[in-house]
Design a protein around this ligand. Structure first.
Ligand SMILES: Cc1cc2nc3c(=O)[nH]c(=O)nc-3n(C[C@H](O)[C@H](O)[C@H](O)COP(=O)(O)OP(=O)(O)OC[C@H]3O[C@@H](n4cnc5c(N)ncnc54)[C@H](O)[C@@H]3O)c2cc1C
Length: 458
C-alpha cells in the first residue's frame, strides 16, 4: 500500500489544504500574530493551562469583590504567574499581588474588564450597540452569523423561562437571523428516564421559538422572505435522543411544515451515523409531503472529557469513540453520506470544523458531486479568522463553487459573563489537546513536522 499513489480526491484535497494554509499564513493580522505568540508560550508551559482553567473557573463565581480578589491572589501565589501572559501583564499581575487586596473593588473591576477584553475575539459582548455594530460588519463582509447566547444547562424552571424569553427577543431583533440553542437551556433538569414528559415540554417550548422565527422573517436579497433560523446544538450523549425526537416531532406539526430549522450531530458518538440516517429518512418524507428541507451541522464533538468523566464516575460504557482516528473516520463517513445529492437536497449540510484538511476535503467532494446548494462551512468566531478570510477569497475568485460561510458567534453580557466559563474551558482544551488541528495551527507551515502529522490524519 505504501507505494500506491493516493486517490485523486486525496491529492486534490492535500493540494487545496496546502494552498489555503499558505494563503492563511499571509493573512494573519497584528492581533492574530499576538495571539499566536501567546498560544506558543502557553503550549511551551503546559502547567499554564491548569492555572488558566483555575483562574477562569474561579474568578467569576462570587460577586463579592473581596472574595474574588482573594481567590485570584491565592491562585497566582499558589501556581505562580502564568508565563504565557505578555511581559507587561506579568508586571501588572505582580503589582496586583502586592496592592490588589487593599483596593478590592478596583482590582475586581480591572480583572473582569481585562478578562472580558482578552476574550472578546471569541466571546462578543451582548450589549446592543457593540453587538449590532459587529453584526453589521459581518453582514457587509458577506458572512452570516449564528448567534449563541452562552449558557449551560439551567437548573430551575424560572431560569429556563428567562432563557426562552431571551431567545424569543433575539429572534425578534431584525439584525439577528440565526440563533443556536440547546434543549438543556429551555427545559431544566432534563432526564431521559422521563422521556415522554420531557419531550412534551421541549416540543412546547421549541414550538414557541419556531413560531416567533416564522413571524419575524428575514428579507433576502432576492426579495423573498424566510423565517429566522433556529439551530439545536448538541451537548452530551445524555440529550441525543431527546434532541432528535424533539426536533422531528416539533417540525412534524403542520404549522412548521415550511420552517427550515437545524440540528447538530457529533461524529465522536458512534450512534450519530444511525441518527443521521434516521434524520435523512424522516426529511425525505417531510419534503415529499410538501415540507421544507431541514439542516444538519456535522461536528466532531466538544465534550470529550465530560463524556469520559461521566462514564468513569458512573461505571458506564464510554459513549464516544476511543481515539481521534475513529472520530475522524466517522466524521468522513457522515460527511460522505450527508453530501450525497439526494440527501443534501432534504437535509442541508453545515460542515463545522477548523481542520483545514476537512474543510478542503469537503470542498473538493462537493465540487466533484456538483453540489452547489445546501452546503455551508461553519466556523467559530475568533478561532481561525485568517482561515475564514482565506475561504472567503475562494468565493471571490469565482473559479469554483461559492463557499457559504456561517460564523458561530457566542455572546454574553457583562453581568452574565459567568456563562462563558464552560465555553472558554472547552476552547482552551480544544486548542491544546495534542492530536487536535488547532493545537498545531498557530504557527503551522506547510511541509513542517506538525503539518505532516496532521496530514496523516486526513
Ligand atoms: C461552528 C461550530 C459549531 C460547533 N457546534 C458544536 C456543537 O453543537 N456541539 C459540539 O459538541 N461541538 C460543537 N463544535 C465543536 C466541534 O465539536 C469540535 O470540537 C471542534 O470544532 C474541533 O474539531 P475540528 O474538526 O475543528 O478539529 P480536529 O482537530 O480535527 O478534531 C478535534 C476533535 O476530534 C475529536 N477527538 C480528539 N481526540 C479524540 C480522542 N482521543 N477520541 C475521540 N475523539 C477525539 C474531538 O471531537 C475533538 O474536538 C462546533 C464547532 C464549530 C466550528
Amino acid at each position: 500500500m505504501k507505494n500506491c499513489e493516493p486517490p485523486e480526491i486525496i491529492r486534490k484535497t492535500l493540494a487545496l489544504a496546502e494552498s489555503w494554509q499558505n494563503r492563511a499564513n499571509t493573512l494573519r493580522n497584528k492581533d492574530e500574530l499576538k495571539q499566536q505568540q501567546m498560544m506558543r508560550r502557553l503550549l511551551n508551559h503546559p502547567s499554564d493551562k491548569t492555572v488558566v482553567m483555575h483562574l477562569v473557573d474561579q474568578s467569576f463565581r462570587s460577586t463579592n469583590p473581596q472574595r474574588v480578589v482573594d481567590q485570584f491572589s491565592y491562585l497566582l501565589q499558589h501556581h505562580g504567574i502564568p508565563h504565557f501572559f505578555p511581559q507587561v501583564e506579568q508586571w501588572l499581575l505582580k503589582i496586583f499581588l502586592y496592592l490588589g487586596k487593599f483596593v478590592p473593588k478596583i482590582s475586581h473591576t480591572q480583572i473582569l474588564r481585562r478578562i472580558r477584553e482578552d476574550t472578546r475575539r471569541t466571546i462578543l459582548p451582548e450589549e446592543t450597540e457593540i453587538l449590532t455594530a459587529h453584526l453589521k460588519k459581518r453582514q457587509a463582509e458577506g458572512v452570516q452569523v449564528n448567534l449563541n447566547h452562552l449558557g449551560e444547562a439551567v437548573l430551575g424552571d424560572a431560569e429556563a423561562q428567562n432563557r426562552l424569553k431571551h431567545y424569543g427577543d433575539s429572534l425578534r431583533n431584525p439584525d439577528i437571523h440565526t440563533i443556536s440553542i440547546k434543549i438543556s437551556n429551555i427545559v431544566a433538569q432534563l432526564h431521559p428516564l422521563g422521556f415522554e414528559n420531557e419531550l412534551d415540554l421541549i416540543c412546547e417550548r421549541l414550538s414557541e421559538l419556531y413560531r416567533i422565527a416564522g413571524e419575524n422573517p428575514v428579507l433576502q436579497s432576492d426579495g423573498t422572505r424566510r423565517a429566522k433560523f433556529v439551530n439545536l446544538d448538541m451537548e452530551s450523549y445524555h440529550d441525543l435522543d431527546l434532541t432528535m425526537d424533539a426536533f422531528m416531532r416539533t417540525l412534524d406539526q403542520v404549522e412548521f411544515k415550511n420552517i427550515q430549522a437545524g440540528i447538530v450531530l457529533q461524529a465522536y458518538l458512534p450512534d450519530s451515523f444511525l441518527r443521521q440516517q434516521e434524520l435523512v429518512k424522516w426529511a425525505k418524507k417531510r419534503v415529499k409531503n410538501g415540507g421544507s428541507p431541514v439542516k444538519m451541522r456535522l461536528v466532531k464533538g466538544a465534550n470529550l472529557v465530560m463524556e469520559a468523566v461521566e462514564a468513569e464516575v458512573f461505571g458506564w460504557p464510554l459513549t464516544v469513540f476511543d481515539s481521534k482516528i475513529e472520530t475522524d473516520a466517522n466524521f468522513k463517513r457522515m460527511l460522505e453520506y450527508g453530501l450525497q445529492p439526494e440527501n443534501i437536497a432534504v437535509v442541508h449540510f453545515g460542515l463545522a470544523s477548523h481542520n483545514l484538511f476537512d474543510l478542503a476535503y469537503t470542498h473538493v467532494l462537493a465540487e466533484e458531486r456538483g453540489i452547489s446548494d445546501g452546503l455551508v462551512f461553519e466556523m467559530l468566531e475568533g478561532m481561525a479568522d485568517h482561515v475564514r478570510r482565506t475561504l472567503q477569497e475562494e468565493k471571490r475568485k469565482g473559479e469554483s463553487k461559492e463557499i457559504n460561510l456561517l460564523l458561530y458567534t457566542p455572546v454574553t453580557s457583562q453581568d452574565q459573563f459567568i456563562s462563558a466559563i464552560a465555553y472558554l474551558v472547552r476552547r482552551l482544551d480544544e486548542n491544546t489537546s495534542k492530536d487536535n488541528f488547532l493545537r498545531h495551527s498557530f504557527d503551522i507551515r506547510v511541509g513542517s513536522v506538525a503539518w505532516k502529522f496532521l496530514e496523516k490524519q486526513c
